[in-house]
Ligand binder design. Structure first.
Ligand code: NAP
Ligand code: MG
Length: 399
């Protein structure tokens, strides 16, 4: 059989258990069928340290050049990791570095299989959460107040003009917080959301609390509305999808009653909280995929989970592990499908579909990694090691 040819994508290798799974996926599930064409960046922690983290920057720039990347989970160093890997510095998170270069929004989507039912009975299709990962309470300034006094909000423009408002006249101790966001960042967020909705042909919901936050949240609402009307309305109508704004509390109620199958765009804090709720209700972190979409149309695919350190240490001890490779497989299929879409390479897109189907067929036949066994509601489930599971998918592919 002749291998499928493909345009170039950026491949970013990573750390620990996911690095091991990465190689298995390439060897067993990709290379036998596709003439893999990747520009390889080793974001494993030792190589980041060797290059003074230049490799993370280079990888981000490469995604700008080729528009599609696939990334393995990587360690974000903390004090313990600095010691463990004898690092020159506590390097920043590669995800943060790449996000800063691409200026994107992260979309998280669960992979559904029949046999594992979401906790919410009405959910039939995945719900994708788009989280604005900039500003708000994550970049706030705050302090405690210990005695009575007046708290004010003051803005001094570069040309010396002052704007001032009383926040509260404190008659006792309390707390204060100031936070911000930028029009440029909100605009990028909106573009990424509209583009991703078009590219996946799903409705887009956006929710804030603009009835209470009449300037702050209202700004988000108005920017989304303006960009939609001016730049995306026609394309949405043509694609038969809808943009829909509602209050966050109304959105929560509608989400629970819904069948799923849409994108829910959230402000930073809402997205943080709601993505944990939605992913837990759908099942397992190991079944959650993630894609960073930049406003100018670059895509970086990865698993939502980390490097699964606990399993890696067991692996180093010679134990067989049962780490779930699904989210990492789907990161690859996401990237290959996008490459195919951008190049009009239908064979490559069909391959991505087949690999996803083969992976899910194995689970639906009752063979799965240990993390899923407890969630399984079908007939008897068989727990496989990572290697056995990947081999089973390979056998399914060969069929
Ligand atoms: P984690 O790697 O996601 O793992 C947390 C736990 O979740 C695991 O111990 C395991 O539970 C379960 N789990 C996660 N993925 C699984 C999978 N594929 N199959 C089976 N079980 C899975 O998070 P962490 O332990 O907090 O972080 C480990 C490292 O990953 C850290 O150095 C962190 O910096 C990094 N990280 C990277 C990214 C990224 O690159 N995007 C994201 C998050 C974390 P059991 O042990 O109970 O089986
Ligand atoms: Mg969180």
């Amino acid at each position: 059989m002749e291998k499928i040819k493909m345009g170039k994508i950026v491949e970013m290798d990573g750390d620990e258990m996911t690095r091991i799974i990465w190689k298995m996926i390439k060897d067993e599930l990709l290379s036998p069928f596709v003439e893999l064409n990747t520009e390889y960046y080793d974001l494993g922690l030792p190589h980041r340290d060797e290059t003074n983290d230049q490799v993370s920057i280079d990888a981000g720039e490469a995604i700008k050049k080729y528009h599609v990347g696939v990334k393995c989970a990587t360690i974000t160093p903390n004090a313990q990791r600095v010691e463990e890997y004898n690092l020159k510095e506590m390097w920043k998170s590669p995800n943060g570095t790449i996000r800063a270069i691409l200026d994107g929004t992260v979309f998280r989507t669960p992979v559904l299989v029949s046999g594992i039912k979401p906790s919410v009975r009405s959910w039939e299709k995945p719900i994708t959460i788009a989280r604005h990962a900039y500003g708000d309470v994550y970049k706030s300034t705050e302090f405690r107040i210990e005695k009575p006094g007046k708290a004010e909000l003051v803005f001094t423009s570069e040309d010396g003009e002052e704007k001032r408002a009383t926040i509260y006249d404190f008659e006792c101790g309390g707390v204060l917080q100031g936070m911000y966001n930028k029009d440029t960042s909100i605009r990028s967020f909106a573009h990424s959301c509209f583009q991703y909705a078009l590219s996946t042909r799903q409705d887009l919901w956006f929710s804030t609390k603009d009835t209470i936050s009449k300037q702050y949240d209202q700004t988000f609402k108005l920017i989304f509305q303006e960009i939609y009307e001016n730049e995306y309305k026609d394309a949405f109508e043509k694609a038969g999808i809808e943009y829909f704004y509602t209050l966050i509390d109304d959105a929560v109620a509608r989400v629970i009653r819904s069948k799923g199958g849409y994108i829910w765009a959230c402000k930073n804090y809402d997205g943080d909280v709601m993505s944990d709720m939605v992913s837990t209700a759908f099942g397992s972190l190991a079944m959650m995929t993630s894609v960073l979409v930049s406003p100018d149309g670059n895509y970086e695919y990865e698993a939502a989970h980390g490097t699964v350190t606990r399993h890696y240490y067991r692996h180093l001890n010679g134990e067989t592990t049962s780490t779930n490779p699904i989210a990492t497989i789907f990161a690859w299929t996401g990237a290959l499908r996008k490459r195919g879409e951008l190049d009009g390479n239908h064979e490559l897109m069909a391959f991505a579909d087949k690999l996803e189907k083969a992976s899910l067929d194995v689970i639906e036949s009752g063979r799965m990694t240990k993390d899923l066994v407890g969630l399984w509601q079908g007939s008897e489930a068989v727990a496989l090691s990572t290697e056995e599971f990947i081999k089973a998918i390979r056998a399914e592919m060969e069929k």
